[in-house]
Design a protein around this ligand. Sequence first.
Ligand SMILES: C[S@@+](CC[C@H](N)C(=O)[O-])C[C@H]1O[C@@H](n2cnc3c(N)ncnc32)[C@H](O)[C@@H]1O
Length: 276
Amino acid sequence: MSGLISLTPQQFTLFQKFIYRQTGIWTQDGKIALLSNRIRRRLRERNLESFDDYYGLLTRGSIPGELEAFIDAITTNETHFFRMAAHFDWFAGPFLDESIARASAGNRERTLRVWSAACSTGEEPYTLAICLAEQASRLGDWKLELVGTDICESALATARTATYRPRSLENVSADRLSKYFVAAPGGDTWTVRPTVTRLCQFHRHNLLEPMPGRKFDCIFIRNVLIYFDSGSKAIALGHLVDALQPGGYLVVGTTDGAHDHLEGVERCSTFLYKKP
Ligand SMILES: C[S@@+](CC[C@H](N)C(=O)[O-])C[C@H]1O[C@@H](n2cnc3c(N)ncnc32)[C@H](O)[C@@H]1O
């Protein structure tokens, strides 16, 4: 098959709707070349000649793992450590100060549950875990739990290896690098140390579905809703607010356009919301 074949407008619409139903991601009409490139990889993998054949195979669900592989191919997993430092300054500062003060006053338990939703390859939850490790002297007897979730299995596999290339680490200071990472021989990758990784667990989760289990004190949801439309944003944000404890905080990406779709939380700043 020629590497230059693109989706026709009709094929594009079929895939656009399928992706939206599965993930909430709305692929803009101008992205036909990008989507063609991404799906072509799956055609090559499956030795198929046409997008129509692939669409049939994908939607019949006859090949185990193909839907997951397709989602891996079409998602954008760009992320890095300490992305938007101000969000982590708030987490390590005012948020922990308030949590510790409330626990000292007997108004909450000494447990902290934090969810990095759509965490991609894990840099966001590990950054949060580094913030907690740096406050270890204040959190000695606390039970700390960081949950990272994503819809993309290959991103989660990378998160579980906790091994990163220098590009992901550009915002990590030399001091943090030596304290919380180990360099591979040759220095082309760095692995997060167990003092940090032991705080984090990773699961597959689709933002279009409710999050089961105990509620969270803080949820980070950044740089993913930008790919959603207003309908899927409202569904995802509804589930996220449901997953928060009363008094819990939601941290959103400043370009994600979450504000108009948020109900049941109070706005604290451009990136921060609190559940009363
Ligand atoms: C650009 S990354 C953002 C990573 C990180 N939150 C950050 O801000 O750096 C977007 C992630 O959202 C994930 N994603 C897209 N749709 C999703 C859905 N419906 N449920 C869960 N994750 C989703 C993608 O797989 C991708 O890893």
